[in-house]
Ligand binder design. Structure first.
Ligand SMILES: NC(=O)c1ccc[n+]([C@@H]2O[C@H](COP(=O)([O-])OP(=O)(O)OC[C@H]3O[C@@H](n4cnc5c(N)ncnc54)[C@H](OP(=O)(O)O)[C@@H]3O)[C@@H](O)[C@H]2O)c1
Length: 331
């Protein structure tokens, strides 16, 4: 099979397409023919060993110190089950699935544990759309629901609202009944309003920290604001939730605890099949839709990485291998 492999940490050109043996599924695994895979900021950070601040040591422990532990990246994919181990009960050959594979998604085939965060792909989604869901969708859901504990009627400011996580965060905050202010660059207002934003701030025209005591939650998905800057924009019981976790954010969390008032909440998102099912539920209800920045053919993975690393993606960047179109659309 063709796979995108890397044997050292570094820039996008450390990744090359190579022939690798097609994996055989273990008794508790399924073998998926990958239709499409996301290229995410997580793939970029792992490939470049670009682990911010206090995540450096855990990052290297997980992904390798001198050389990468796993030669094929790709945290999220969508495809078709082509074989199942004899102990598998949840999936059948021929079924379409999508979700988190941890690593190995940037290949034509990947073996996945039956109990991984992988679920059936809704008929209405193509593989490229489904592959765009897990990373941004789950991160946004976990951070808004579990970390920020966002409640119906609350006001939330989402910084980086047009990115992979942000484009889902706007929709999920809206689906949870919040009032959403979305921050992004020029030309994003129509898209963000269509996703459900009540107000859009263009950060090149307007300061993100102009409001006073306006928000219950400030969710910074990019790492361009900090607690000291945003504190006064929060209500007294409000919370600042940065997705990036460097030393500064940890120190800010301690300072906020000591001084009282608005909190800082840090976390690492978890990936579960239940949350993917929650997302597909919202898709079925028409309250959530995937936002795909650009679909690159597998051979152009280098260009896909360059787009991700620009930090100006609109939604998720996706690689196409052997993608199936949506049943609903092709019927
Ligand atoms: N802690 C965790 O568990 C966890 C989970 C997931 C992700 N993460 C981290 O979260 C980060 C976000 O991931 P992502 O994939 O969503 O990023 P992304 O797609 O690269 O985000 C792009 C967004 O950032 C906006 N942006 C760029 N510069 C900006 C600025 N100066 N001010 C305001 N907005 C700006 C862009 O807007 P314009 O294009 O309009 O300028 C766009 O909306 C990554 O660093 C990732 O590693 C952490």
């Amino acid at each position: 099979m063709k796979a995108a492999v890397y044997d050292r940490f570094g820039p996008a050109d450390v990744v090359t397409l190579a022939e690798r043996p097609t994996p055989s599924p273990a008794p508790d695994e399924i073998l998926v023919r990958v239709g499409a895979a996301a290229v995410t900021t997580a793939d970029w950070r792992i490939r470049a060993a670009a682990f911010p601040g206090i995540t450096k040591l855990p990052g290297h422990l997980m992904f390798g110190f001198r050389t990468p532990k796993q030669p094929v990246l790709g945290v999220a994919m969508a495809g078709t089950v082509i074989a199942t181990g004899h102990a598998v009960t949840r999936f059948k050959t021929g079924g379409r699935v999508f979700g988190f594979v941890g690593h190995g998604g940037h290949a034509e085939y990947v073996a996945v544990k039956e109990d991984a965060a992988v679920v059936a792909t809704p008929d209405a989604l193509s593989d490229t759309e489904a592959a765009s869901l897990p990373f941004g969708g789950n991160s946004a859901l976990v951070f808004l629901r579990d970390v920020a504990k966002l409640q119906r009627g609350q006001h939330v400011l989402i910084v980086g609202a047009s990115g992979a996580v942000g484009s889902f965060a706007v929709q999920i905050a809206k689906a949870m009944g919040a009032v959403v202010t979305a921050v992004a660059g020029p030309g994003r207002a129509d898209m963000l309003t269509a996703l459900g934003a009540d107000r859009v701030i263009d950060y090149t025209q307007e300061s993100v920290d102009a409001a006073r005591g306006a928000y219950d939650v400030v969710f910074d998905t990019v790492g361009v604001t900090h607690w000291g800057q945003m504190r006064h924009t929060l209500k007294p019981g409000g919370v600042f939730v940065p997705l990036n976790m460097a030393g500064r954010e940890l120190w800010d969390m301690i300072r906020a605890k000591l001084t009282g008032g608005p909190r800082v909440a840090l976390a690492v998102s978890s990936d579960t099949a239940e949350d993917l099912t929650r997302l597909t539920g919202w898709i079925a209800e028409g309250r959530l839709r995937p936002v795909v920045d650009h679909i690159y053919p597998f051979e152009r993975i280098f260009d896909a990485y360059r787009q991700v690393e620009s930090r100006h993606s609109t939604g998720t960047v996706v690689l196409e291998m052997n993608a199936q179109t949506a049943t609903a659309l092709s019927a």
